[in-house]
Design a binder for this molecule. Structure first.
Ligand code: C2E
Ligand code: MG
Ligand code: MG
Length: 282
């Protein structure tokens, strides 16, 4: 019945075993997800953000993975929607912040300098009025320097309800943390918010970078985004840089901050520590 309703009115669907299997799969996943936090099954991988001029890592993005006992490593696109739907994203999101901040502190204490730490926020976390207090606790407990913590938001999160968004951003900003707009160019947006909101960084979405070596429209869009960020004195990071051709084009447009598999995919904390230690030797 639900499948028929999903497909619109005046419709019928035969019952099939695969439907039961699908519902069962979802329930199992949801059930497993509920236990994943206390079973320590979540881990963070880190992807370096590099200054292409010096080749040096100036920051990392924390990316969540689920180490499932049977399924192996599960990528976020497969479980974050379910975390959001069930509200589990709130405790898991706090765990992500805590873990990322502890890691950042640890790198600082072991002489790696300040590594900018980017953490993705879900809209549910951002719209929760308790979030600011939780973030404050995390900053206090982990002794992380908030200036080196960048929260990644999406355009749609900023567009939803502008007056409460401004209040949320301002109070978070008063803690000293920075903000980046993730997947820039893919959502509904109003360029007005770039003036009104305390945004520090724009991350050009991977879909615009993919074909910049040959697609004239994508080249024009990327050049325009980069030009706009320069005029507004914002930082710009190109996401998903995979080839030296893409990098060369970005360099000609003065976009020097890059993140992507060309330099390194997201890797485990221990490997990231090694990568940071290696660059101290150069
Ligand atoms: P995102 O924040 O835009 O993160 C970038 C994604 O692009 C990551 O996928 C990264 O592994 C991938 N990527 C980076 N460079 C390349 C490249 O050169 N080529 C290709 N093909 N991919 C590249 P990942 O880790 O699967 O994460 C997917 C999305 O899940 C993230 O997109 C973010 O929206 C969400 N996410 C990840 N961790 C968290 C989290 O802790 N909290 C929340 N709320 N969302 C998260
Ligand atoms: Mg991100
Ligand atoms: Mg992104």
């Amino acid at each position: 019945m639900y499948r028929a309703k999903e497909l619109g009115k005046n419709n019928f669907q035969y019952y099939s075993e695969s439907m039961t299997a699908r519902v069962f799969e979802r329930l199992t996943l949801e059930n497993n997800l509920r236990h994943a936090l206390k079973r320590n099954e979540f881990i963070l991988h880190y992807q370096p953000q590099v200054d292409a001029r010096s080749g040096k890592i100036f920051g990392v993005e924390a990316l969540l993975r689920w180490q499932h006992p049977e399924l192996g490593l599960v990528m976020p696109n497969n479980f974050i929607p379910l975390l959001e739907e069930t509200g589990l994203i709130e405790p898991v999101g706090i765990w992500v912040l805590e873990t990322a901040c502890k890691q950042s502190r640890q790198w600082h204490e072991s002489g790696m300098g300040f590594v900018h730490m980017s953490v993705n926020l879900s809209s549910r976390q951002f719209n929760n009025s308790h979030f600011i207090a939780s973030l404050q606790d995390v900053i206090r407990e982990t002794h992380v320097n908030p200036e080196y913590l960048e929260l990644e938001l999406t355009e749609s999160m900023l567009m939803r309800n502008t007056s409460s968004t401004i209040t949320a951003l301002k109070s978070l900003n008063s803690l000293g943390v920075r903000f980046a707009i993730d997947d820039f160019g893919t959502g509904y947006s109003s360029l007005n918010y770039l003036r009104r909101f305390p945004i520090d960084t724009i991350k050009i979405d991977r879909s615009f970078i993919r074909d910049i070596t040959h697609d004239t429209d994508d080249r024009a869009i990327c050049s325009a985004i980069i030009g706009m960020t320069q005029s507004l004195s914002l930082n710009v990071i190109a996401e998903g840089v995979e080839t030296s051709g893409q990098l060369e084009f970005l360099k000609t447009r003065q976009c020097h901050y890059i993140q992507g598999n060309l330099f390194s995919p997201a890797i485990e904390a221990a490997d990231m520590t090694k990568m940071l230690a290696d660059q101290l030797l150069i």
